[in-house]
Design a protein around this ligand. Structure first.
Ligand code: GLY
Ligand code: MN
Ligand code: MN
Length: 533
């Protein structure tokens, strides 16, 4: 009886009826294959790189957060399911006469689970749809004879130890990680930060001061690494000669949590044509979201409603998700850089900071506009807005191939500091906190995409996002209090110059006020009062 039911279920799922039409503009299997080749070319000789799918995260009780694949894993595979492993070899391997240089261990098919939680590709589907030739069921990983000992380097990305075990699944991510650690002889007290610091210490291409700077930055996020006596000693020496002696003491290991994330950053920094199509679309959709909100905005709206309009536009154009939690902050709320409560019930005369990015087929935009809820900037709002706009425009002009990554930030800081003094908001030379962030990061599969932060390369996409935030109670004239402005666009840098991918959304005071005076299709979208039949 049980078997019959399962067979029927399987027949339903496997039938064409259960298949469905999908968008036809995802990244192609050839893209992912080519990216794996590009990674393989960068791998050290006789090495193996191991990458895991993202964990499934529990929201509450028996409900999980919407699953989102790890961007590195997605970039290399196109596979969107959890509980899987990608293994890439620097050279061809042989098994039973077959030659291969990569294996994907994919989640098993399971008719019952698929009926409840969604379709799975399974081994066959991954071969057919994603173009992998060597695919195995993830349950096979445990006993698969993969001798990590024979490689000079075993590359992987830091483990997050907060993955839960599902006792009913013998090959969930928890088990796969445990099995990998056993196979690769990774000690229980393995510390990825120390491992990365040792790699930095031994890097022949970095000078003494650069190493110190990088290690200082790494230990800032992981102060526990400073408990390591070798790292502490390195940080206390003053010259290269002494440093070289300390470096000799660093343990030699084939385990390497440093190289793989670094190589992924190098690859992902430069976008291919196929990626740029998706990024362009994500930015364009996000810009249209800003435009439609400008037209629809009125003082009786809540922050939540404004968020909803942006996100509706994203979905209308087929963007599956937001690339990060949407930020809609009226007045003083805009001073919280990543304000995501978005729960002020009425915007009134507030200036509203809206930082939202559509995620289209994995690629996210990151676009901010700041507009007056009633359609007209006050004098003070206009002054602050125009300073930020001037800083942003100057930042754009620095986006040229070969220029220092920090150049847009540098000019934006100079302009904002100068103008804040001119308007008496700060005194000459006074330190202040009205512009507490940098203006640029890469965007791509992650909103804060990885990259080298070296001088600008062609086909990179970065944000330029200056801001001024003057919270209530700041040490300046009260008339400036509660004004927060950020303007953020996504800039494509090529040999021909820079291009604003989100430039369709108005930026100047005049353009914004003009757009806000336009009617909106949502003016006619009047819903009934709740509680009245
Ligand atoms: N939306 C996050 C950021 O602007 O970096
Ligand atoms: Mn940003
Ligand atoms: Mn942003």
């Amino acid at each position: 009886m049980r078997i019959t039911l399962l067979m029927i279920l399987f027949a339903i799922i496997a039938s064409p009826m259960f298949g469905q039409e999908l968008p036809d503009d995802y990244l192609s299997p050839e893209f992912h294959k080519e990216r794996r080749e590009a990674l393989r070319e960068k791998l050290p000789k006789n090495s193996v790189a191991v990458m895991f799918a993202n964990p499934v995260r529990n929201r509450a009780n028996d409900v999980d957060f919407i699953y989102h694949q790890d961007p590195n894993f997605y970039y290399l595979t196109g596979y969107k399911e959890p509980h899987s492993i990608l293994v890439i070899f620097s050279e061809d391997q042989k098994e039973e006469g077959e030659s291969f240089n990569e294996i994907l261990f994919a989640q098993s098919r399971d008719p019952r689970m698929e009926m409840w939680n969604g379709r799975r590709l399974g081994v066959k589907g991954v071969k057919e749809k994603l173009g992998f030739s060597m695919v195995k069921d993830h349950k096979e990983f445990k006993d698969y004879s993969l001798s990590f000992n024979k490689f000079d380097k075993v590359l992987f990305i830091d483990f997050h130890e907060d993955v839960r075990d599902n006792p009913r699944d013998e090959a969930d991510l928890y088990d796969l990680k445990k099995q990998f650690k056993e196979k690769a002889s990774i000690p229980a007290d393995f510390n990825a930060t120390s491992n990365r610091i040792y790699a930095t210490l031994s890097d022949p291409n970095m000078d003494f001061q650069a190493k110190k700077r990088q290690i200082y930055a790494m230990t800032r996020w992981n102060p526990g690494a400073m408990d390591d006596p070798i790292i502490r000693e390195f940080m206390s020496v003053q010259d290269n000669e002494m440093a070289m002696k300390v470096i000799q003491k660093a343990p030699k290991t084939k385990l390497d949590a440093h190289t793989l994330p670094m190589l992924m950053g190098q690859l992902r920094e430069t976008k291919t044509e196929e990626e740029l199509v998706l990024l362009r679309k994500a930015a364009d959709i996000s810009a249209v979201g800003q435009i439609e909100v400008m037209k629809a905005m009125h003082p009786n709206m809540s922050e939540t409603e404004v968020q909803g309009i942006h996100e509706f536009v994203f979905k209308k154009y087929g963007a599956e998700y937001e690339g990060y939690p949407s930020i809609v902050g009226g007045g003083n709320n805009g001073c919280i850089l990543h304000y995501i409560e978005n729960n002020k019930p009425r915007l009134g005369g507030d200036l509203v900071l809206m930082d939202l990015g559509a995620e289209y087929h994995g690629y996210t935009a990151d676009v901010t506009r700041t507009i007056p809820a009633n359609g007209k900037f006050t004098e003070e709002q206009k002054i602050i807005y125009n300073i930020v706009l001037e800083a942003q425009q100057a930042g754009f002009e620095e986006c040229t191939v070969g220029n220092d990554f920090r150049a847009p930030n540098q000019v934006a800081q100079e302009i904002i500091n100068k103008r804040l003094v001119e308007y008496g908001i700060v005194k000459e030379g006074e330190r202040h906190n009205y512009f507490p962030h940098g203006v640029s990061h890469y965007v791509g599969l992650d909103v804060h995409d990885p990259g080298t932060y070296e001088p600008f390369k062609p086909n990179t996409v970065i944000t330029v996002e200056p801001g001024i935030y003057i919270p209530d109670g700041s040490p300046c004239d009260k008339k400036w209090w509660g004004i927060a402005v950020r303007i953020e666009d996504d800039i494509l840098i090529t040999e021909k110059g820079w291009e604003n991918l989100s430039g369709r959304a108005p930026r100047s005071v005049e353009e914004i006020e003009k757009m806000m005076a336009q009617p909106s299709p949502l003016d006619a979208f009047v819903l009934p009062k709740l509680g009245e039949n």
